[in-house]
Design a protein around this ligand. Structure first.
Ligand SMILES: *Cc1c(COP(=O)(O)O)cnc(C)c1O
Length: 232
């Protein structure tokens, strides 16, 4: 599947630009995270050759192995899957951003490890669960305040934004209210100064719904299938 990557990456970028243009946004304000989970380093290299620079992995060990194999200082790696505390150290060492902080305990642990290994202002996102469904991942809304407060208390962590994985809908229009909700939460936190002078990133939108997410203000889309094809 290596040969088609430049083309599919190009078409994803065109779709991002079209969605931005629909709502008068600047495409430069939307970061494309190429979700390379399950795909080998060789495939990631093809994406790099085609201009991709930011990659998302959902498993710590897979991300560690792949990023070491690729060993490209111009690449940025985001952890987008659930982080178990026993893998926190490895994750901090190998990933540039952890998008999935979902508990006070995890935040405190990451802060201690960041201190330990000398990482300053390490970039984290709080993952919010807006779906309340079976595949529950992220902080429930009623616990959000506690987690935000904890992250702000962590001297070695920098709260850069919010992330969500909404429930899956056949019709991507049905997911719009979830994106609107995350944007509203971000706005509220930003108004309180939680993100300092940063914009407060909104990580939302995947292959089947990133256009809707962009219309609702997404600043980071996480796209796998539309770039790399279907996973095994
Ligand atoms: C796999 C994954 C994606 C990418 O999904 P696609 O539908 O392949 O674009 C995005 N975000 C998270 C958290 C994922 O686990």
């Amino acid at each position: 599947m290596v040969s088609g990557i430049a083309q599919s990456l190009g078409s994803v970028r065109e779709r991002i630009a079209a969605a931005c243009s629909k709502v008068s946004r600047d495409p430069d304000d939307v970061t494309l995270v190429a979700v390379s989970k399950t795909h080998p380093a060789e495939t990631v290299r093809a994406a790099i050759a085609a201009g991709a620079t930011v990659f998302g992995e959902n498993k710590v060990q897979e991300g560690v192995t792949k990023s070491e194999e690729i060993d490209d200082p111009d690449c940025e790696w985001h952890l987008i899957g659930h982080l178990q505390s026993n893998k926190a150290r490895k994750a901090l060492q190998s990933f540039d951003v952890i998008q999935t902080v979902d508990s006070v305990k995890l935040a405190k642990r990451l802060d201690r490890i960041a201190e330990d290994i000398g990482k300053k202002a390490y970039s984290v996102f709080v993952q919010i669960d807006l779906g309340q469904e079976v595949t529950k991942s992220g902080v429930a809304e009623n616990e959000l305040e506690d987690v935000i407060t904890a992250v702000l208390d962590c001297g070695n962590l920098q709260l850069d934004g919010l992330m969500t994985i909404p429930p899956y809908f056949e019709d991507s229009e049905d997911v719009r209210p979830y994106f609107q909700k995350l944007a509203a939460i971000r706005d509220r936190l930003r108004d309180r100064g939680v993100f300092g002078d940063r914009k407060g990133e909104l990580s939302m939108g995947m292959s089947h719904d990133f256009e809707v997410a962009i219309e609702e203000g997404s600043t980071i889309v996480r796209v796998g299938t539309a770039i790399f094809g279907a996973r095994e």
